[in-house]
Design a protein around this ligand. Structure first.
Ligand code: DSN
Length: 423
């Protein structure tokens, strides 16, 4: 139930394991540095054409399918459009942003919750904070939503060269038109990173930033359910520089087998059944959020518009790290996560993140979300009874031999057997 994961079809997996893995093809279609690339040229063109069609790009936009994954895709956009030292502005990582949106921090820094701008710290853990100056916007402390007036004020004060939206744990839709207007006022490029929701956007279940933002990046293996990789869509006049940043700026030969898997996955996402799947992903996540709330779990932002649910565990006494491990012993794989107004360390944060892309691929529907919420509640009730002072290693040992958790794992296994992964 990790929201950034999915299970790709046999056809996608066969494409990734195909002979396309053997060929070097530095360059772009029909302009390669190596001979023997006729089939590779056709393959890359096919992937680009399918991406353009699926995401309905305007005539003056173009596509790059060579970036190896989401972080390299974002880095290519920065390398193509910015100079080292320019200011980028993204969402604060603990509120749900992404490392590649300029993350750095100061160890043991106490955050002032009322301060909605974050200027980073000396630990420039991501390359994007080493090469660029980074300022970040936080979510509103009350609503846990983006506050566009605050973002506008920060943008006008800081005059970033590029503003980026998107991330890994923000469960709500983003107002792309408002963000573009803010970027224009501040004189910034606007990059919409839709890695998490690309499949939902392609299916029309979530709004699309294509044609609104200047550039759109996304990974291809999350809700989009293709193979691992990334796609960059953007205004053609900018894509010239971004293409050069991908190759030769950051990479050598593209991973043609990944591009093959992407081309197959894009074809699958064009089928009517994928739209049904994408809608069910969101319906399942919304049902899960509702069912968890009925078990007195606090849901960040009160719900979800997408495929993921962020659970605030501060009222439960068992936080993300221990709860995720206990769920694992009960057959439910999720991940610990930070949350808005986070006060705990990233390695032992306050929240748990769950998602529905993979379980929906299995065929699970609303009634199963109630069952899963019930299991998650039973796990919480069980481990809330442990001594709260237990160190993680001792907690782990106790959970590993907990018969209640093992019993839930048996129930999970029998549901999974009824809904095998066989697309
Ligand atoms: N690692 C991804 C996630 O889990 O959200 C983002 O890159």
């Amino acid at each position: 139930m990790i929201p950034s994961e999915n299970f790709a079809s046999k056809a996608v997996r066969e494409a990734v394991g195909s002979v396309f893995m053997h060929k070097y093809s530095e360059g772009y279609p029909f302009k390669r540095y190596y001979e023997g690339n006729y089939n590779i040229d056709d393959l890359e063109e096919l992937a680009k054409t399918r991406a353009a069609e699926l995401f309905s790009i305007p005539d003056d936009w173009s596509v790059n399918v060579q970036a190896l994954s989401g972080s390299p895709a974002n880095l290519a956009v920065y390398l193509g459009l910015l100079k080292p030292g320019d200011t980028i502005m993204g969402m604060y990582l603990p509120d749900g942003g992404h490392l590649s949106h300029g993350w750095s921090y100061e160890p043991k820094e106490k955050q002032n919750p009322a301060e909605l701008k974050y200027e980073g710290g000396s630990r420039k853990v991501n390359v994007t904070s080493q090469f660029y100056r980074s300022v970040q916007y936080k979510t509103d402390p009350e609503t846990q939503l983006l506050d566009y007036d605050v973002i506008e004020k920060i943008a006008l004060d800081e005059k970033p060269k590029l503003i980026v939206t998107g991330g890994t744990a923000y469960p709500r839709e983003i107002d792309y038109r408002r963000m573009k207007a803010i970027a224009e006022k501040a004189g910034a490029y606007y990059l919409a990173d839709i890695a998490h929701e690309a499949g939902l956007v392609s299916a029309g279940v979530n709004a699309s930033p294509v044609g609104i933002a200047d550039v759109v990046t996304f990974t291809t293996h999350k809700t989009l359910r293709a193979s691992r990789g990334a796609i960059i869509l953007g205004r053609s006049e900018l894509m010239k520089q971004i293409d050069r940043a991908v190759f030769p700026g950051l990479q050598g030969g593209p991973h043609n087998h990944s591009i093959a898997g992407i081309a197959v996955g894009l074809h699958e996402a064009m089928q009517p059944e994928f739209k049904v799947y994408a809608q069910q992903v969101v319906t399942n996540a919304q049902t899960l959020a509702k069912a968890l709330a009925e078990h007195n779990f606090s849901i960040v932002s009160g719900g979800t518009d997408k495929h993921l649910v962020l659970i605030d565990l501060t009222g439960k006494g068992v936080f993300g790290r221990k709860y995720a491990r206990a769920l694992d012993y009960a057959g439910i794989i999720a991940n610990m996560n930070t949350m808005p107004q986070e006060t705990r360390p990233p390695a032992d944060p306050s929240a748990l993140r769950v998602g529905t892309p993979w379980i929906t691929t299995r065929g699970l529907k609303e009634e199963h979300m109630w069952q899963i919420a019930d299991w998650m509640n039973r796990v919480m009730e069980q481990v809330a009874g442990y001594d709260s002072e237990l160190e993680f290693e001792d907690f782990d040992k106790r959970a590993a031999s907990d018969k209640e958790l093992a019993g839930i794992a048996d129930e999970v296994r029998s549901l999974c057997k009824k809904y095998p992964l066989e697309i």
